[in-house]
Design a protein around this ligand. Structure first.
Ligand SMILES: Nc1ncnc2c1ncn2[C@@H]1O[C@H](COP(=O)(O)OP(=O)(O)OP(=O)(O)O)[C@@H](O)[C@H]1O
Ligand SMILES: [Mg+2]
Length: 206
């Protein structure tokens, strides 16, 4: 079983959108059952699932001991679990717990200086988690809401990489279809398909 957590310090950094599309991309890819865990007390992912009547199963588990509870709740029914988390600045305990449960952590951000500036607390939290785990999770930044040909995308990628962190090759452009996706059935395109493949590869190598 592979567990992927989608995290960031701030709200509105496309965690829920990415979790939803990633989980659906993994499910469409086949090779086992996929579960989305909504660890945000706001319950946006669970609400989206019920509004759109997803076939993909979603459970709500917004707890600071998620990493202890999850194995007992899911058993061995799922091949892959995606955890949507709340903003770390509001619910640090829950996000740390999701990081402790995960084999792969995706840190979503738009390629802007302001979002770049908010990454250090996330790296610190991941260092904390790595210190208490035998096998720390594989970690990668996921650039979302990118704009075609914007120089900032390359700049932000280089800064993250030069800080010693991984950035996925796959990126998700800013699109109206993603902005309006909430509450509707999820139609997976090439972007999140590529994100899913890369995260699976990272997880397998970790
Ligand atoms: N690729 C994209 N293109 C355009 N808009 C996007 C994209 N990804 C996300 N959005 C929009 O950005 C906003 C924030 O996204 P989302 O709700 O997924 O973030 P979040 O990190 O889960 O927020 P919160 O911390 O409040 O749960 C939403 O309005 C969403 O539709
Ligand atoms: Mg959210």
């Amino acid at each position: 079983m592979m567990v992927m957590a989608v995290v960031n310090l701030k709200g509105g950094s496309s965690k829920t959108t990415s979790s939803a599309f990633l989980a659906h991309a993994l499910a469409e890819r086949g090779g086992g059952d996929v579960l989305l865990v909504d660890a945000d007390p706001q319950g946006s992912a669970a609400r989206w699932a019920s509004l759109a009547e997803w076939e993909l199963p979603v459970i709500e588990l917004a707890h600071r001991d998620l990493h202890r509870r999850l194995p007992g709740i899911v058993g061995d029914r799922y091949s892959t679990i995606v955890i949507d988390t709340p903003p770390m600045e509001d619910h640090r305990g829950i996000v740390i717990s999701a990081m402790r449960a995960a084999g792969v952590v995706a840190v979503t951000l738009a390629p802007t200086m302001i979002e770049l500036d908010r990454l250090p607390p996330v790296w610190s939290a991941l260092d904390e988690v790595a210190a208490v785990r035998e096998a720390p999770p594989a970690v990668a930044a996921l650039l979302t809401r990118t704009v075609p040909r914007a120089a900032s995308t390359g700049v932000v990628r280089d800064v993250v990489v030069s800080g010693g962190h991984r950035v996925l090759d796959a990126m998700v452009p800013r699109r109206e279809s993603y902005a309006q996706a909430y509450g509707a059935p999820v139609v997976v395109g090439p972007h999140y398909r590529a994100v899913a493949e890369e995260l699976l590869t990272l997880g397998a190598a970790a």
